[in-house]
Design a protein around this ligand. Structure first.
Ligand SMILES: C[S@@+](CC[C@H](N)C(=O)[O-])C[C@H]1O[C@@H](n2cnc3c(N)ncnc32)[C@H](O)[C@@H]1O
Length: 276
C-alpha cells in the first residue's frame, strides 16, 4: 500500500526519533527557514499555515513574524512530529495551532490564510497537485505561497550524495525509495503543479547555503537516525549495518572534513513562490 506520508518517521521510545529530527535537522534547515519566511512576505497580524510542519521550524519563525495579532496554524500527518513540535513551541509567541491533517484534506474554510508555507514537504506528498489545490483553496485571493524542496539530483548537495551512497551500499530498495522521495521534486514539476492548482505569478529559483557542522561524524550518525531511510537501514540491517552506513557518509565527505572534525557543506534547494 502506498505510504500516505512519504516520510514515515517513527518514534521508538517517547519522542526519541522526532527529538533527533528536531536537533539534527535544525542546522540543515535554518537558512532555508529564513529564505522561505522572507519569500512569504509575512506581516504583523498575518494568518499563516505551515504545511507539513514537522517539528515546527517554519511555524515558529512565522509566529515570530506575525506577532501577537497574527495566527499560525501548522499541520502534519505524523502525530509524533506534532507532539515534539508542540513541546518546542515557545510560549512567548501567540500559540501555534498544531493539527493532525493530510495536506490534501485541510480542515480550514476557503481563503483562511494570508500565506501558506511549506518546507521540504511537497516532494513527499503522494498527490502533489491535490495538495497544492488544497493549499490554493485555503489561501485568500492575493495571498502568498512559498515552499522549498531539495534540488535533485542528490549530487547537487554533497551531503545528499554521501547519503545516497550509504543507502545504496547498505540499504534495501525500501530505504532507497524513501531517500529518492526526498529529492523527487524538480522546479518544472513544482511549476506545473502550482499552475494546475490555480496559483499565478509562479517563480522558482535555486538557493544554496554553506552550512557548518562542528562535529560532522556526530551529525552524520545523528541525522541518519532521524530520517526514514536511516530507520529503514537500522530495522533491516541492525545497529552494525546502521553504523557502517553512517561511516560511509563520513568517509565520503572526509575530503571536506577538517582535522578538528568540523565540515562545511553546501546545500541547494528550490525555492518556489506563487500568488493566489
Ligand atoms: C522532511 S520533513 C519536513 C518537516 C518540516 N517542514 C521541516 O522543515 O523540518 C517532511 C514532513 O512532511 C510530513 N508529511 C509528509 N506527507 C504529508 C502529507 N501528505 N500531509 C501532511 N504532512 C505530510 C511528514 O510527516 C514530515 O513531518
Amino acid at each position: 500500500m502506498a505510504d500516505p506520508t512519504g516520510f514515515p518517521l517513527k518514534d521508538k521510545a517517547a519522542h526519541d526519533t522526532t527529538e533527533h529530527y528536531e536537533r539534527y535537522s535544525a542546522p540543515l534547515m535554518a537558512p532555508f527557514v529564513t529564505a522561505v519566511i522572507e519569500a512569504a512576505n509575512l506581516f504583523p497580524g498575518a494568518q499563516v499555515l505551515d504545511l507539513a510542519c514537522g517539528t515546527g521550524f517554519v511555524a515558529r519563525a512565522a509566529a515570530a513574524q506575525v506577532g501577537p495579532t497574527g495566527h499560525v496554524a501548522a499541520v502534519d500527518l505524523l502525530e509524533d512530529m506534532l507532539r515534539t513540535a508542540a513541546r518546542h513551541a515557545p510560549r512567548m509567541y501567540p500559540d501555534i495551532e498544531f493539527t493532525l491533517a493530510s495536506a490534501d484534506k485541510l480542515p480550514y474554510p476557503d481563503g483562511s490564510f494570508d500565506a501558506v508555507v511549506c518546507q521540504q514537504g511537497l516532494q513527499l506528498f503522494p498527490d502533489l497537485e491535490a495538495a497544492l489545490t488544497e493549499a490554493a483553496r485555503v489561501t485568500r485571493p492575493g495571498g502568498r505561497f512559498a515552499a522549498t524542496a531539495w534540488t535533485p539530483p542528490a549530487d547537487r548537495s554533497p551531503y545528499f550524495a554521501a547519503q545516497l551512497k550509504a543507502v545504496t551500499d547498505h540499504g534495501t530498495p525500501e530505504a532507497e525509495a524513501r531517500f529518492a522521495a526526498s529529492l523527487s521534486c524538480p522546479a518544472d514539476r513544482l511549476t506545473a503543479a502550482l499552475t494546475a492548482a490555480g496559483f499565478h505569478d509562479i517563480t522558482t529559483r535555486e538557493v544554496t547555503f554553506a552550512i557548518a557542522f562542528q562535529d560532522f561524524a556526530d551529525f552524520a550518525a545523528g541525522h541518519l537516525a532521524a530520517v526514514p531511510w536511516g530507520q529503514s537501514i537500522e530495522e533491516t540491517g541492525g545497529p552494525a549495518r546502521f553504523t557502517e552506513a553512517a561511516e560511509t557518509i563520513r568517509g565520503a565527505l572526509a575530503p571536506h572534513t577538517a582535522p578538528d572534525g568540523s565540515a562545511t557543506l553546501s546545500f541547494t534547494s528550490t525555492l518556489a513562490t506563487a500568488t493566489r
